[in-house]
Design a protein around this ligand. Structure first.
Ligand code: UD1
Ligand code: UDP
Length: 359
């Protein structure tokens, strides 16, 4: 069987790495893959670093789509991926996550009558103001094989009429990367330069348009974090979308330390040793739940509700008094303890490849 694996943006790389490693370790299964990088992310620290650190082979092709508006980026990926798939047909296109590359490539594949497998299918925020929710809905409307992370995802798919025979509850592949990385983590330079000690600092990551695209909003979030953190430093690896906004708002602080986006092994080291995390990332909500680190999410909803009901995550939306209260609560040790959701066990890639070998 030949499969085409798609990756394009930062959160895709830690999802394809375990899958590729598993396929490569089982030559007897005769799964031959072609790796396509759409080029959605191209900054060294948002792309190449993950290939180096997670042992992902260099892509067979990079479609070079780059940035643009929602439509421009999606269209560029579709035009280039159509040429690619016509030139290199395959039995199955595997897409992961919910970024524009995920939706664009699944549409192209299906229109070329190629089957589609979606890893991380079925999750929903029910918030159509997020481009990711549209990507999830469109991708899942044309997917053939749904690999899911949670009972919530299974239920959403069943409710939308997907037959149970097409839904495979395999667990969370992000956690495969997390388990694999244990013992390989690297201390980032900021640890020494800022004299950090385990559990005496916070980490913040923000990149959702709803938080960072409005400069007043972003300023307000920074002010609240700065005021509530007290004598603790807050280390913030800055996504390029956020960097663009920050360059316009004249922000200076000796408490919120802005650094370049980190590689995976350094980022996981940083959050693993932190007292708590403030984020709007999807993946970081899951990683903190697995690691048992308190997580405050600046979103009103989440497509990963098990991180709240079972894990260490709390949603605070744009309720700034609650943000302050949460940071102070974490500092005084008042935070819920979580548990690890079912099948977040580091063996998801194995379960996926077992299924691929049967179909
Ligand atoms: C994308 C995903 C989002 C995901 C995030 C992970 C979509 C709709 N959004 O958002 O779901 O959470 O990636 O990080 O697919 N830029 C660079 N260098 C790069 C990439 C981007 O400078 O390598 C800058 C560009 O100015 C670009 C902006 O960041 O316009 C946004 O990039 P884009 O890929 O459109 O969306 P993200 O915000 O990264
Ligand atoms: N991440 C990283 N370096 C950073 C910030 C995040 O390696 O500086 C990793 C993080 O561990 C997680 C993934 O990137 O696995 C999440 O990506 P992101 O927050 O960009 O996207 P989302 O999950 O919100 O779609």
């Amino acid at each position: 069987m030949t499969v085409t694996i798609i990756a394009g943006a930062r959160p895709n790389f830690m999802k394809i790495a375990p899958l590729i490693r598993e396929i490569q370790s089982r030559p007897e299964d005769n799964i031959h893959f072609r790796l396509v990088h759409t080029g959605q992310h191209y900054h060294e620290n948002l792309s190449q670093v993950f290939f180096n650190e997670l042992g992902i082979p260099q892509p067979d092709v990079n479609l070079g789509s780059g940035s643009g508006t929602q439509a421009e980026q999606t269209a560029k990926i579709m035009v280039e991926f159509e040429k690619e798939l016509i030139a290199n047909p395959s039995d199955l296109v595997i897409v992961v996550g919910d970024v524009n590359s995920t939706m664009a490539c699944s549409i192209v594949a299906k229109k070329l009558n190629t089957r589609v497998a979606h890893v991380e299918a079925g999750i929903r925020s029910f918030d159509l103001s997020m481009p990711e929710e549209i990507n999830r809905m469109v991708t899942d409307a044309i997917t053939d094989y749904f690999f899911t992370t949670s009972a919530f995802a299974n239920e959403n798919l069943r409710k939308s009429g997907i037959p149970a025979t097409q839904i495979f509850f395999v667990g969370n592949i992000m956690i495969d990367s997390l388990v694999w990385s244990s013992g390989k983590l690297k201390q980032p330079a900021v640890f020494k330069t800022q004299h950090l000690n385990p559990h005496n600092y916070f980490v913040a990551t923000l990149h959702r348009p709803s938080n960072v695209d409005d400069s007043e909003n972003l300023k307000r979030i920074f002010q609240v974090i700065e005021e509530s953190a007290g004598d603790m430093k807050v280390i913030m690896p800055v996504h390029p979308r956020t960097a663009k906004m920050l360059s316009g708002i004249n922000w200076t602080s000796d408490k919120i330390i802005l650094i370049e986006p980190l590689g995976y092994l350094e980022f996981i080291y940083l959050i693993s040793n932190s007292l708590g995390v403030i984020t709007d990332s999807g993946g970081v909500q899951e990683e903190t739940t697995y690691l048992g680190i308190p997580c405050v999410t600046l979103r009103r909803n989440t497509e990963r509700p098990e991180t709240v009901t079972q894990g260490t995550n709390e949603l605070i939306g744009d309720d700034y008094p609650k943000l302050r209260e949460s940071i102070i609560g974490i500092k005084s040790g008042k935070w819920k303890r979580g548990e690890i959701p079912e099948l977040w066990d580091g063996k998801t890639a194995k379960r996926i490849v077992d299924i691929l070998s049967r179909i």
